[in-house]
Design a protein around this ligand. Structure first.
Ligand code: ZN
Length: 688
């Protein structure tokens, strides 16, 4: 998965709308024009809230519209799950804050109340009380005393008391959860010196240590199984009466009430599936939700990855493992989408040539796929986001994750272009490029090709990068442990960076000139060495996998190319810039690092992987960091963004759906409250 990076694709954003979506068309000098739709809705803390359009929805058939609608309902039903997975007290906190928000009878115009609202919005955004990206606990900008006042002046609020619990007991419990920086300080700890599980607030384990969890799974894994299930993917590992066991997410199991609703909508979706194959995919997913059987999940993935003819597609389930420090347990997410036929021509050229790219990559032959199977790629139009993909969304996805399925059956990659387009539109004219680009020439290049370059990078990253390479026989897919996510993202980025500068790209008609690649190199290095630091708090390390990956690559190349000054660090008027002096040499460095990272993955070389990440990806130059944050601060741009969803207006007659229209609400708070009202299926009251 690729989260929006190059910080703010922002900058680049200009470039041609039309050439984004038509391969056969050459890029022209026309810069992206702002369209009339309001993309940027509001900003608070370090966040901006945007919205996206869904072009093409009105052209779907009624059955296709129903399918999108049913899948979208299913996408919203898992919202409580992600809150609970992120931290065991999140639902209780969210519910309490919402009760205050809806019932507070005091003065709502005070700065304190405004700070309370910002905190509530941040909790909604992060699906919990930890920052969605840094995973640090969010500390409110109002006092405990004020919180007590909020509670006492909300007499009609129904707070989530446990049975027989007094107000004092309730406050004694919730106050430290919200205010004490020592209680659950981090959702996801990556400090290898400390117990990863005990130091992470995420809710995938209860009462077990890292060592116990690793042992538990080592014991049940069969190292000789060529088709291993994704052990532990859909369960919480708990210790009860001294015995360690899995609580499985399924109907009748953990998260049952929410999963039953998901199943309800999936079954409706099955009834309007576009074809038999797609129906089988949906039915298999339902079977998985009902059984929790990970073998069934693999069967589902094989069916799903082979469904290439359906126009509408979706992700729905326990998918990505970024939220678990051990990389085993998956967070719940959903994306509903349909194919952008025009733009997909571009990605089809790439996927049709996947074997050529694999054969010509700079990695050792032993680590290459002899036969690249079923690599498919498409550009999609997102119609609904849910769970871990909402409101902060990836811009590209490559699934399934199981290595053996990828090897035997291939993978599906998507580039989410109505989302990147909305990002671009929301960022037009914000001054970012002018501040951080080294030269006017760089700015021009970015304006001209930045948007195309960024989408192409995503195509290559998802489709070829994640899909490339193979493990040596006997190498465990989990061998890189806490470093696996950052290294996997590096591998995918390096593959994309290496090939975006290949003359083959022009030859295939995917891009008009290698200048597109130059725009990508400029933005990648600028971001990896500098601008992504705007997202890091002073004094902190880099933790997020994609950010680690970007700094790893940029810093490694900066260092290795220093003798020849491949990337030059320049100071002008007290401001730092990074400037690429030799694009071909930089490309060779990308190739060299790709070969090494692929070797690390293929051999499961934990020590070498650890060295790469710890040396290049984690630490931040405090002087540069301070400078970058100051420069960025003046621009008043929120470094993180998310999207609210469109809404489907269903016209019914005698209980039958006659038409579905899509509308675009513009109020973040209203959408969040509505979701809490309509899609709260798990109790915010904690068990005794
Ligand atoms: Zn990725």
């Amino acid at each position: 998965m690729k989260k929006l990076n190059r910080l703010l694709i922002v900058m680049l954003m200009a470039a041609v709308v039309a050439c984004n979506t038509k391969v056969e068309q050459k890029t022209t000098d026309t810069e992206m024009k702002k369209d009339d739709f309001k993309y940027l809705l509001e900003q608070f803390a370090d966040l901006k809230i945007m919205r996206y359009q869904v072009p093409g929805f009105d052209q779907l058939t009624l059955d296709q519209k129903k399918l999108v609608y049913y899948l979208s309902q299913a996408a919203l039903c898992g919202r409580d799950i992600i809150f609970d997975q992120n931290y065991k007290h999140n639902l209780m906190v969210r519910n309490t804050l919402e009760e205050i928000y809806s019932n507070y009878e005091g003065d709502r115009s005070t700065p304190d109340f405004q700070n309370f609202v910002v905190y509530l919005k941040r909790v909604w955004f992060s699906n919990g009380i930890h920052h969605h990206y840094s995973t640090d606990k969010i500390i409110p900008d109002f006092s405990q005393d004020y919180f007590a006042e909020l509670v006492s002046k909300s007499p009609k609020a129904e707070f989530p008391f446990k049975e027989g619990e007094s107000m004092d007991e309730f406050m004694g419990m919730i106050v430290p959860v919200i205010f004490d920086p020592m209680v659950a300080p981090k959702r996801l700890s990556q400090d290898p010196e400390k117990d990863l599980i005990l130091n992470s607030a995420c809710n995938f384990y209860e009462g077990v240590t890292e060592e116990e969890a690793v042992k538990f799974y080592d014991k049940i894994k069969d190292p000789n199984d060529p088709e291993p299930i994704s052990y532990g993917l859909n369960s919480k590992l708990v210790k009860e009466n001294g015995k360690i066991k899995e609580e499985v997410y399924k109907t009748g199991g953990l998260y049952g009430p929410a999963i039953e609703k998901i199943v309800f909508w999936l079954e409706k979706a099955s009834g309007v599936a576009e074809n038999e194959h797609q129906k089988a995919v949906i039915d298999k997913l339902v079977e998985f939700y009902k059984t929790g059987d990970l073998k069934v999940f693999d069967e589902y993935n094989v069916l799903w990855v082979n469904d290439l003819s359906s126009h509408i597609d979706f992700v729905n389930g326990f998918i990505e493992v970024y939220g678990d420090p051990l990389g085993l347990k998956a967070s719940w997410e959903s994306v509903v989408n349909f194919k952008d036929m025009e733009a997909t021509k571009r990605t089809e050229i790439i996927s049709n040539n996947a074997q050529w790219f694999e054969d010509h990559s700079p990695v050792d032959d032993r680590f290459k796929k002899k036969e690249v199977k079923g690599v498919s790629a498409k550009v999609i139009t997102v119609a609904q986001l849910g769970g871990d993909c909402y409101p902060s969304t990836p811009i590209g996805i490559n699934l399934p994750n199981a290595d053996w399925i990828r090897k035997e059956h291939g993978s599906k990659s998507v580039t989410m272009e109505n989302i990147t387009y909305a990002y671009d539109q929301a960022a037009l004219g914000n001054g970012f490029m002018e501040e951080f680009c080294y030269s006017q020439e760089e700015i021009e290049l970015a304006k001209k090709y930045g948007s195309l370059a960024s989408n192409l990078h995503t195509d290559l990253h998802e489709c070829l990068g994640h899909g490339s390479g193979q493990l040596l026989p006997g190498t465990s897919p989990d061998a890189l442990k806490n470093y696996s996510s950052a290294l996997e993202e590096s591998r995918a980025d390096l593959f994309a960076l290496y090939y975006i500068m290949d003359p083959k790209m022009v030859e295939l008609g995917i891009m008009p000139t290698l200048d597109v690649a130059k725009a990508e190199y400029n933005s990648y290095i600028r971001n990896g060495l500098m601008t992504q630091l705007t997202r890091i708090e002073s004094g902190k390390d880099i933790e997020q996998a994609h950010m680690r990956n970007r700094q790893l690559i940029a810093k490694w190349c900066f260092e290795k190319g220093s003798a020849e000054n491949v990337i030059e660090k320049v100071t002008k008027d007290g401001k730092t810039y990074f400037h690429i002096t030799d694009y071909d040499k930089l490309r060779n460095l990308f190739g060299e690092l790709l070969a090494e990272v692929q070797r690390v993955k293929s051999e499961g070389d934990y020590e070498a992987g650890k060295m790469l990440v710890e040396t290049y990806a984690v630490k931040v130059d405090p002087v540069l960091h301070k400078e970058v944050k100051e420069r960025f601060g003046k621009l008043n741009i929120a470094p993180y963004g998310g999207f609210i969803n469109p809404v489907f207006d269903v016209a019914e007659e005698n209980g039958e759906i006659k038409d579905i229209k899509i509308t675009y609400p513009d109020d973040y708070t209203k959408q969040m409250l509505k979701y809490s009202e309509e899609f709260s299926f798990l109790s915010p009251v904690e068990p005794l």
